[in-house]
Design a protein around this ligand. Structure first.
Ligand code: CUA
Length: 172
């Protein structure tokens, strides 16, 4: 009978230790950067939220559409509101209405869902928000470039999820 050697593993050599230390240091850097970048990165859009019942929100959006509608595209109203409060409704499987905004003007975009959870993603600007029923997201938005932007739903919302594409038109 003989006992196994006490150190049965291969001790770390210098190279391995250096790599481990480097990897650990990098983990620390990334960990610290998370809160730091939250503030310095300034990529969090200023936004506020409030609660609103879906029916109430829908009513407000319909009122908004009646007030500022300038046309219709494929059955969806095109709305050209003055700077300030603008409304956008998410539902299976549509973004309603189509917004026509002016470059350089500031809008407060109220977005909410009247059924299930949707994902609000402006392309190609790549802004993303989770849109939930009962809650309204108010996104302060100043378009800096003119053109046509797509709103893609990036949260799976059942059978028609892939066709849920809306539009924002920005004019000079
Ligand atoms: Cu709405 Cu996916």
């Amino acid at each position: 009978m003989f006992a196994p050697p006490r150190v049965w593993w291969r001790p770390l050599d210098r190279l391995e230790r250096t790599w481990l230390l480097l990897a650990f240091a990098w983990c620390l850097v990334l960990f610290i950067m998370m809160p730091v970048w939250l503030i310095l990165g300034r990529h969090n859009v200023p936004a506020t939220t409030y609660r609103a019942a879906p029916a109430q929100f829908q009513q407000r959006v319909e009122e908004f559409v009646r007030q500022y509608q300038v046309g219709t595209e494929k059955g969806i109203p095109v709305v050209e509101p003055p700077p300030g409060d603008v409304y956008l409704l998410a539902r299976q499987w549509q973004w309603y209405p189509i917004l026509k905004l002016k470059k350089g003007q500031t809008y407060r975009l109220h977005v909410s869902s009247i059924d299930v959870q949707h994902g609000f993603s402006i392309q190609p600007a790549n802004l993303t928000f989770q849109i939930l029923p009962e809650y309204v997201y108010v996104i302060t938005l100043t378009p800096l470039t003119s053109g046509e932007f797509s709103i893609v739903c990036n949260e799976f919302c059942y059978i028609g999820h892939h066709v849920m594409v809306g539009r924002i038109l920005v004019t000079d």
